[in-house]
Design a protein around this ligand. Structure first.
Ligand SMILES: C[S@@+](CC[C@H](N)C(=O)[O-])C[C@H]1O[C@@H](n2cnc3c(N)ncnc32)[C@H](O)[C@@H]1O
Length: 210
């Protein structure tokens, strides 16, 4: 059983579904619009509109994950703590939480254009990076253009979001404070400054001190 926080348009869920090894897939995202794309992409996943800093899907999972900088959207320390607590609460004892984060601004320096297709719509996403003076936060301006493939009707939405950077030692401390153990954090093979963290919810201690 796998839970993905910030599943967006369902890119990872589609890969997990194709893999076939997982009996239950659940995707959570705060934006209903992206979940509609995910619903077109992944037939078998349960999709839930909820905030990853404050939700309960009602089950605990073997693996909880959050990719493409969902953690970096947690601007304040309180939000990041609530996100880690929510992830912990959804991991079964012995389960794993895997997510990426931004340790250095380099990871978000890239501007990009992405195109997502579903049977009914085509979604284009253009990302601009805007440095903010304090150095640990960057603003991303993201423009979305959705086109109805049948009628040609278009909707355009713009959003500006802050991306926080976090050091490896700081993240390690925050994971420990949330209860995670056996933590491994390392650079991703791709963008410089992007890190991946693997953290485990400990099994309850079966032995009592004598
Ligand atoms: C850059 S997208 C990544 C989407 C997907 N994980 C992927 O790999 O394609 C980040 C996603 O996180 C979602 N998100 C941001 N803050 C969130 C929150 N507090 N709770 C749930 N989803 C959130 C956004 O709506 C967005 O879909």
């Amino acid at each position: 059983m796998v839970l993905e926080f910030g599943c967006g348009t369902g890119r990872l869920l589609a890969l997990l579904e194709a893999n076939g090894a997982f009996d239950r897939l659940v995707g959570v995202d705060v934006h209903a619009e992206v979940l509609e794309f995910a619903a077109d992409r992944v037939a078998r996943a349960e999709l839930v509109r909820a905030d990853a800093t404050d939700c309960s899907v009602g089950t605990s999972f073997d693996a909880v994950c959050a990719f493409e900088y969902v953690a970096a959207h947690m601007r304040t320390d309180a939000e990041l703590r609530a996100f880690l607590d929510t992830a912990y609460a959804h991991c079964r004892p012995g389960g794993v939480f895997v997510f990426d984060a931004v340790s250095k601004p380099g990871a978000v320096r890239e501007e990009s254009i992405g195109v997502y297709r579903s049977p009914g719509y085509r979604l284009e996403r253009a990302v601009d990076v805007i440095p903010v003076p304090n150095g640990s936060v960057f603003d991303l301006r993201v423009d979305y253009r959705a086109t109805n493939r049948e009628t040609g009707e278009q909707a355009v939405v713009s959003e500006r979001t802050a991306i926080r950077t976090i050091g490896v030692d700081d993240l390690r401390k925050r994971l420990a404070a949330a209860g995670f153990a056996d933590v491994d954090i390392g650079p991703t093979a791709g963008e410089a400054g992007a890190i991946v963290a693997v953290a485990h919810r400990p099994e309850p201690n079966r032995y009592k001190p004598v």
